[in-house]
Design a protein around this ligand. Structure first.
Ligand SMILES: CC(C)(COP(=O)(O)OP(=O)(O)OC[C@H]1O[C@@H](n2cnc3c(N)ncnc32)[C@H](O)[C@@H]1OP(=O)(O)O)[C@@H](O)C(=O)NCCC(=O)NCCS
Length: 171
């Protein structure tokens, strides 16, 4: 099967439900209680009139020590349960990363559960084990409970060592 990735003009909860079939908590992170940001740029795949895959991007800023730099936050990566294992996540993540390369961001950044890390490693992402503090509603700043992964967008960019701080809600 050949799938084509497209830029989506918008992405709503109804679109997510169309992909998952209305699954409750499709990312399996609800119990963590971490609020995340909406994404601004969306890529998806339509198959037989139905949205079946999505990846979203949002601009964000990270600091590590005295260094402050722009990142492209990747999130909302999801594929219809009946079409997994066919490269659809790769397709939408690749499209989002290609877009991110034109934004001036130095790194891609995402947060994920440990069992999703092999997928991103396969796509070239690496883990930062130093942890990241992120903003939450009410001016709270908390350690993100998920794993932090990064992708170099500028040539030879290497994620700086040290505890990082994201200057927004996570993606
Ligand atoms: C995670 C998810 C998006 C993967 O989608 P998918 O379409 O099955 O993934 P792909 O088929 O595009 O896989 C891409 C590559 O990663 C590899 N991969 C995927 N899952 C893997 C795993 N658990 N372990 C090792 N490799 C994995 C694939 O083999 C493939 O490699 P290849 O292209 O070299 O063969 C999908 O399972 C999903 O929607 N899960 C629920 C939502 C979610 O957890 N999203 C991620 C949030 S961080």
């Amino acid at each position: 099967m050949t799938y084509t990735v497209i830029r989506l003009p918008q992405y709503t909860k109804a679109d997510l439900d169309e992909i998952t079939g209305g699954l409750d908590d499709p990312f399996e992170v609800a119990a963590l209680g971490v609020r995340s940001r909406d994404k601004d740029v969306h890529y998806g795949v339509r198959h037989e009139g139905r949205l079946v895959a999505h990846a979203g991007l949002v601009d964000a800023t990270v600091s590590v020590g005295a260094r402050r730099f722009p990142v492209a936050g990747l999130g909302g990566v999801v594929v219809a349960p009946d079409l997994r294992g066919q490269g659809l996540a790769r397709l939408v993540v690749d499209a989002a990363v290609a877009h991110a390369r034109g934004t001036g961001a130095e790194f891609g950044l995402l947060f994920c559960l440990p069992d999703r890390m092999p997928l991103y490693r396969r796509l070239g992402w690496r883990e930062s084990t130093d942890g990241m503090r992120v903003e939450q509603p009410g001016e709270a700043v908390v350690d993100h409970p998920l794993h932090t992964m990064w992708l170099p967008l500028a040539e030879d960019a290497v994620w700086p060592a040290g505890r990082a701080r994201l200057h927004s809600l996570p993606m």
